[in-house]
Design a protein. Structure first.
Length: 213
């Protein structure tokens, strides 16, 4: 009669193993495994290490960039160009002012003109435990040129408060956006009217994204 329960089997006079009854007349050896020590944290009460956050962050595929300046009330506007040859997720787009009023417009399908200068790109995860060799960003961000045409796909307007000399107003977008490989052009220009009409616009523009090659 076949054994229809779990049992301990001694292997040829050597070590024993636990045989698990599978419910169909067969048995299988039960394997007991422990996670590698590097996946555990603590010694008195060890726990499995879990890192919260985005996979792209720990793989070194998340980056940030920023540029700043001052735009007189009469202009000229400031243009930038964001070029990505791979899909990417835009995690943060932020325009911060200390005085004045600005609007940000973003276009697709525009034609570049003039001369452009590169903006430094900084990795979001620069810890020593990040994967090596490090993933190199494929995105380029440039300022200084100009563009014509295109379709406007984004608009952000920010105006500082006039309550005191230190008041500021911050406009930002945190919404996750999945975007295709493309060239995006942006324009920062002053907004007319309002209490801060005579103030040149002092700004910082920030971007944060994850590349999905």
């Amino acid at each position: 009669m076949p054994i229809v329960t779990d049992y301990i089997r001694r292997i040829f006079g050597g070590p024993s193993r636990f045989e698990k009854y599978m419910g169909d007349g067969t048995h299988a050896m039960r394997m007991l495994a422990e996670p590698p020590e590097k996946l555990l944290t603590g010694t008195t009460n060890p726990r499995l290490r879990v890192d919260p956050g985005q996979t792209g962050f720990f793989e070194g595929r998340m980056f940030r960039a920023f540029f700043s300046g001052t735009i007189p009330t009469a202009g000229p506007s400031v243009q930038f160009r964001f070029t990505s040859p791979v899909n990417f997720i835009l995690w943060l787009q932020q325009l911060e002012l200390t005085q004045g009023a600005l609007q940000l417009e973003v276009y697709t399908g525009a034609t570049s003109t003039g001369t452009w200068a590169a903006v430094p790109i900084i990795g979001l995860n620069r810890m020593s435990e990040a994967p090596q060799p490090a993933y190199a960003s494929q995105v380029t961000i440039e300022t200084g040129g100009n563009f014509t045409g295109g379709t406007r796909v984004d608009l952000l307007q920010v105006r500082t408060a006039a309550a005191n000399n230190t008041a500021s107003n911050v406009g930002q977008e945190f919404t996750e956006r999945g975007l295709p490989a493309a060239v995006f052009h942006g324009r920062l220009s002053t907004l007319p009217g309002g209490l801060t009409v005579n103030d040149a616009a002092q700004y910082v523009y920030r971007l944060q994204w994850e590349e999905r090659p």
